[in-house]
Design a protein around this ligand. Structure first.
Ligand SMILES: *[C@@H]1O[C@H](CO)[C@@H](O)[C@H](O)[C@H]1NC(C)=O
Ligand SMILES: *[C@@H]1O[C@H](CO)[C@@H](O)[C@H](O)[C@H]1NC(C)=O
Ligand SMILES: *[C@@H]1O[C@H](CO)[C@@H](O)[C@H](O)[C@H]1NC(C)=O
Ligand SMILES: *[C@@H]1O[C@H](CO)[C@@H](O)[C@H](O)[C@H]1NC(C)=O
Ligand SMILES: *[C@@H]1O[C@H](CO)[C@@H](O)[C@H](O)[C@H]1NC(C)=O
Ligand SMILES: *[C@@H]1O[C@H](CO)[C@@H](O)[C@H](O)[C@H]1NC(C)=O
Ligand SMILES: *[C@@H]1O[C@H](CO)[C@@H](O)[C@H](O)[C@H]1NC(C)=O
Length: 795
C-alpha cells in the first residue's frame, strides 16, 4: 500500500476521541457505509485472494482483524475492483490517500430512488409530472411497440439476456411465462437465489436468474421491516415487475388494467429474451405509506458486478439520484463503466426532475440515457353537464354513470371543521355524507394522493367523482385507478364546471359517458413535462439525454402484493397497471437494444447505442417537430437524438463505434487518469468532445472548434457513398471534411472532421435558448440517414 501522503492525523483524531469518550462504540457510531474503489481487476487473482486483499486494506485502518472483517459489506470480485465497508470519515480519508484507490464514495442511499412519478404524490408535494389530456400512443401495449419485421429477424430476442436492477419481480405474472421457450442460453452463469416466498421453481426459462441485495440497505436502516417487503427477489412494490415486463415481457393477449378497461395485448420489447432480476430497491423506513423506495449504492454495485459476471447482455436501470453525482461518486456510473468493458449495454432513466434545465442524471457517456415521451392513445371520459355541454376528460376507471345525477362542488360539501383553504381538496374525512350522498363530487388537485380523494368521496357516499386541476397543473392529467366513476379535467374545463355549478346552485347535474379508448388524436409523441433536461452538468461535452421513448401512462405487469394506486388504503389486486416516468421509457430502449444485440451479436455497446440514436425521429406522427409539454418545439436537451424508431434501428448504415480504450482516453481528458491501471494517459490529450459519440456537444465555444469522428460502415451493401448535410445552430456554421465518405466494404472505417464556427455572435446570442444553440448534421446514402444532433454554448 502506497500512501499518497503520509498522513495519520485522521486515525489519531479517532483515537483521541476515544480517550475523551470512554465507550468504544462511540467511534463506531460515526461509521457509515463507504465504497472503496480501485478501478478494474488485473485478472491475476483468485476470488479468495481478492477478498484477502480487501481485508488487508481494512485491517490497515481498523483496530483489530475482527473489526475489519465485521466492517466489510461487499467485496466486489468480478469486474469491479473494490469493496463496501462501514468506516469512519477518518478511515475513509485514510484509504483515499492510497495511490491505488481511485475513489472513496460515501454511500448515500436515500438519494437513489426509482424514476417513477408516482412517489411524488404525497401530501403537499408538488405533482411535478404533467400530461396533456388529448394525446397518447400505442407504442406500448395494444400491439408490440416493436416492428414485426425487426422482432422476426431478432428471433424475438430469444438468445439475449436482459438484467434488471429494481425492486424484484412478481414471477407469476403472465408476462413471465416460459411456455414454449427454448432451453436457457448456455452462456448463462447466474443463479436463482431463493428467499422469502421465492423458491428455485420461481425461476424458469423466462426468469433465468434472480438475486437480491440487502446488506448495504440494512447497514443504513437496520433490519428490513418484515411486513413491508419480501426478503427475496419477489417484488412487493410493482415497479420492478412493471419495468421487467416492458423490457422483455411475453406477448400477453387480453391483458387489462382495472376490471377490463384498456384491454389489449401487452408485450415487452424483446418478448422472448431472458430476464435476470437483481433486486436492489427496498421500502424506505418511515415512508411505508407512500411506498417510497431506496436503492443502496453498494447494493447496486454488487448487483452490477454479479450481472456482468452472470453473462447478461443488456442492463436496464430505472433508478437515479436527485443529486447530480460526479462519475467517481456515482455507483451506477462506475458499474456501467465496467459493464462497458465487457460489452454489456446499459440503459438508464434520465430522471423525472423536469422541466427544470440541467437536472439530468445517469449522464455518463457509457450509459444510454433515456427521456420520456407520450404514446398516442387516450382514454376519454366524457362528462355531460345538465345544460347539455359536454366536457372531455380522461379516465381509466371502468365505470359509467349514464343517469343524470346531482353535481356538487366539494367546497360546498365540506364538514365545518375543514380549514377554509382545504374545503375543495376532498381530504380524508372532510366531506359531509349528508351533502354528497348519491352525487357526483368535484374535487381539486393539490394536497394528498389523488386516488385518496376519490376514496373520500366514496366513503361519504358519493356516486361519482371529478378530479379538477388547479391552475398550476394546467391541462396535464394522469390515468389512475380511482375507486368510483371518475373523469379527470384540465384547469379550464374545471373552471367551466365550477361556473356551471355556481350558476345552478341546487340543480346542477351531470352524467359520465362510457369511457372510450382512442388512438392518434393529437401530436404524439410529445415530451413529458417531468422528463429531466440537459445540459449535461457532469459531462458537458456529451449531449444528453441520448434518446426518448414512451414513459407516460404505460400499461404493464404489476405485483399482486401492491395496490394499483400504491396507497396503503387501497386493497385491490391487479396483474396489470399503468405507471409513468423515465422508469418506464428506459426498459423500452433496453428491449430494443436486446433485439439489435440478437441481430448483430458482435456489435459493441457503443455501436448498438449509435444505431438507436442515429435512426431516431425528431418528428411526431403528424410529421411535425416533437413538442414539449407546453407545445413549444422540443430540443435535444429533452429528447437527445429523438424518439426511438425500432423499425430502423437494426439497419443504421453507419455507426459511431467506441472501444473501452476510447472511453479511457476520454476519462484522461476529463481529468481522471487512474480509471484503469493498465492504461497510460498520453501526454497530448484530445478534447473531451472528440469521444466518438453519435451526437455533438461543444460547451463554451469561442471562435471555432474541430470535432473528430469516425464512422464504421455496417450497411449491407458494402460499397457506399455518404454525403454530408445538416443545419447548424443559429449564427454558426458546421462543415465536414471530407464532405463525402466512400466505402468499399462492410466494416470499413472513415474519419472526418466537423468544423463548428461562430459566424455571427449577435445572431447566435439572439437565437440561442437558455444559452444553448441546437442544430444537426447527417450522413446520407440512398437508403440511410445517419443523423446527429449538435448543441453548442458560447464561451
Ligand atoms: C413496517 O411496515 C409497515 C407497513 O408496511 C408499517 O405500518 C410499520 O410502521 C413498519 N414498521 C417499522 C418498525 O418501520
Ligand atoms: C379476457 O379476460 C376476461 C377477464 O379479465 C375474461 O372474462 C374474458 O373471457 C377474456 N377474453 C378472452 C378472449 O380470453
Ligand atoms: C391551508 O393553510 C394552512 C395554514 O396556512 C397550510 O398549512 C396548508 O398547507 C394550506 N393548505 C393548502 C391546500 O394550501
Ligand atoms: C384556458 O383559458 C385561458 C383564458 O381564457 C386561455 O388563455 C387558454 O388558452 C386556455 N387554455 C386552454 C388549454 O384551452
Ligand atoms: C332549480 O330548479 C327549480 C325548479 O325547477 C327552480 O325553481 C329554481 O329556480 C332552480 N334554481 C336555480 C338556481 O337554477
Ligand atoms: C448578424 O446577425 C444579426 C442578427 O441576426 C444581423 O442583424 C446582422 O446583420 C448579422 N451580421 C452579419 C455580419 O451577417
Ligand atoms: C475568445 O478568443 C479571443 C481571441 O481568440 C480572445 O481574445 C477572447 O478572450 C476569447 N474569449 C473567451 C471568453 O475565451
Amino acid at each position: 500500500m502506497r500512501h499518497k501522503h503520509n498522513n495519520d492525523i485522521s486515525l489519531l483524531l479517532c483515537l483521541s476521541l476515544l480517550t475523551l469518550l470512554p465507550l468504544l462504540a462511540k467511534c463506531d457510531e460515526h461509521q457509515k457505509p463507504y465504497i472503496v474503489y480501485f478501478g478494474g481487476h488485473s485478472g491475476d487473482k483468485t476470488p479468495a485472494q481478492i477478498l484477502e486483499t480487501h481485508h488487508s486494506y481494512l485491517t490497515s485502518v481498523k483496530e483489530t482483524e475482527e473489526e475489519a472483517k465485521a466492517s466489510l459489506i461487499y467485496s466486489y470480485k468480478h469486474s469491479i475492483n473494490g469493496f463496501a465497508a462501514s468506516l469512519t470519515p477518518e478511515q475513509a480519508s485514510q484509504l483515499n490517500e492510497l495511490d491505488e484507490v481511485v475513489s472513496v464514495i460515501e454511500s448515500r442511499p436515500r438519494k437513489y430512488k426509482p424514476h417513477t412519478t408516482r412517489s411524488w404524490e404525497f401530501a403537499g408535494l408538488n405533482e411535478a409530472a404533467t400530461y396533456n389530456p388529448q394525446v397518447s400512443n400505442r407504442f406500448d401495449t395494444e400491439k408490440s411497440f416493436m416492428a414485426e419485421d425487426l422482432l422476426h429477424k431478432a428471433g424475438y430476442g430469444k438468445d439475449v439476456i436482459v438484467g434488471i436492477l429494481d425492486s424484484g419481480i412478481w414471477p407469476e405474472a403472465r408476462s413471465f411465462s416460459d411456455e414454449g421457450l427454448e432451453p436457457i442460453p448456455k452462456t448463462w452463469k447466474g443463479i436463482c437465489q431463493t428467499g422469502q416466498d421465492f423458491s428455485s421453481s420461481h425461476c424458469n426459462k423466462k426468469i433465468i436468474g434472480a438475486r437480491y441485495y440487502l446488506k448495504g440497505f440494512e447497514r443504513h436502516f437496520g433490519p428490513l421491516n418484515a411486513t413491508s417487503d419480501y426478503r427475496s427477489a419477489r417484488d412487493k412494490d410493482g415497479h420492478g415487475t412493471h419495468v421487467a415486463s416492458i423490457a422483455a415481457g411475453r406477448q400477453v393477449q387480453n391483458a387489462s388494467a382495472f376490471g377490463g378497461f384498456a384491454r389489449g395485448t401487452a408485450s415487452g420489447g424483446a418478448p422472448l429474451a431472458r430476464l435476470a432480476v437483481y433486486k436492489v430497491c427496498w421500502p424506505t423506513p418511515g415512508q411505508e405509506k407512500t411506498m417510497g423506495n431506496t436503492c443502496g449504492q453498494e447494493d447496486m454495485l454488487a448487483a452490477m458486478d454479479d450481472a456482468i459476471a452472470d453473462g447478461v447482455h443488456v442492463i436496464s436501470i430505472s433508478i437515479g439520484s436527485d443529486d447530480l453525482l460526479s462519475h467517481m461518486e456515482d455507483g451506477i456510473s462506475i458499474g456501467a463503466f465496467h459493464a462497458l468493458e465487457r460489452n454489456v449495454v446499459v440503459a438508464c432513466s434520465a430522471g423525472n426532475s423536469g422541466p427544470t434545465p440541467a437536472t439530468l442524471s445517469n449522464a455518463a457517456p457509457w450509459i444510454m440515457t433515456v427521456g420520456a415521451s407520450s404514446v398516442d392513445r387516450a382514454f376519454l371520459g366524457r362528462l355531460v353537464l345538465g345544460n347539455g355541454k359536454m366536457i372531455t376528460g380522461q379516465t381509466v376507471t371502468p365505470y359509467t354513470l349514464p343517469e343524470r345525477l346531482p353535481l356538487i362542488y366539494a367546497a360546498d360539501a365540506a364538514l365545518p371543521w375543514v380549514p377554509k383553504n382545504e374545503t375543495d381538496q376532498c381530504l380524508p374525512n372532510s366531506l359531509s355524507p349528508e351533502k354528497v350522498k348519491g352525487k357526483i363530487v368535484l374535487c381539486i388537485r393539490g394536497t394528498t394522493f389523488r386516488v385518496l380523494k376519490g376514496m373520500e368521496v366514496k366513503r361519504a357516499g358519493g356516486a361519482g367523482f371529478i378530479l379538477g386541476n388547479s391552475a398550476e397543473f394546467g391541462d396535464a392529467v394522469y390515468l389512475e385507478p380511482h375507486v368510483l366513476p371518475t373523469t379527470a379535467l384540465g384547469y379550464n374545463d374545471t373552471n367551466e364546471v365550477i361556473n356551471y355549478i355556481k350558476s345552478n346552485k341546487d340543480n346542477a347535474t351531470a352524467s359520465l359517458a362510457e369511457p372510450e379508448t382512442v388512438f392518434g388524436n393529437g401530436p404524439a409523441p410529445f415530451m413529458a413535462g417531468f422528463t429531466s433536461r440537459g445540459p449535461n452538468v457532469i459531462h458537458p461535452s456529451i449531449l444528453k439525454p441520448d434518446i426518448t421513448a414512451p414513459g407516460l401512462n404505460i400499461l404493464a405487469a404489476w405485483s399482486e402484493a401492491s395496490p394499483p394506486s400504491k396507497v396503503s388504503e387501497d386493497h385491490r389486486v391487479v396483474s396489470y397497471n399503468f405507471d409513468s416516468g423515465t422508469s418506464m421509457s428506459c426498459p423500452h430502449v433496453a428491449g430494443l437494444a436486446a433485439l439489435i444485440k440478437a441481430i448483430h451479436p458482435t456489435w459493441s455497446s457503443a455501436a448498438i447505442r449509435s444505431a438507436i440514436m442515429t435512426t431516431a425521429s425528431v418528428k411526431n406522427k403528424k410529421g411535425e417537430a416533437i413538442t414539449d409539454q407546453s407545445g413549444d418545439k422540443a430540443t435535444p436537451f429533452e429528447f437527445g437524438s429523438g424518439h426511438f424508431r425500432p423499425s430502423r434501428a437494426a439497419d443504421p448504415g453507419l455507426v459511431y463505434d467506441a472501444s473501452y480504450g476510447d472511453y479511457l482516453l476520454y476519462l484522461c481528458s476529463y481529468g481522471l487518469r487512474n480509471a484503469d491501471k493498465r492504461f497510460e494517459c498520453p501526454e497530448v490529450l484530445p478534447p473531451t468532445y472528440d469521444l466518438n459519440y453519435p451526437s455533438v456537444s461543444v460547451p463554451k465555444l469561442n471562435g471555432s472548434a474541430t470535432v473528430r469522428r469516425t464512422v464504421t460502415n455496417v450497411g449491407g451493401a458494402g460499397k457506399a457513398a455518404y454525403f454530408f448535410g445538416g443545419k447548424p445552430p443559429p449564427g454558426l456554421t458546421v462543415e465536414a471534411r471530407p464532405s463525402v465518405l466512400y466505402f468499399s466494404r462492410v466494416g470499413e472505417k472513415k474519419s472526418f472532421e466537423l468544423r463548428v464556427t461562430v459566424r455571427n455572435r449577435t445572431a447566435a446570442e439572439g437565437n440561442f435558448r437558455g444559452g444553448y444553440g441546437f442544430g444537426w448534421y447527417a450522413w446520407r446514402d440512398d437508403y440511410h440517414v445517419v443523423r446527429s444532433p449538435i448543441a453548442v454554448s458560447l464561451g
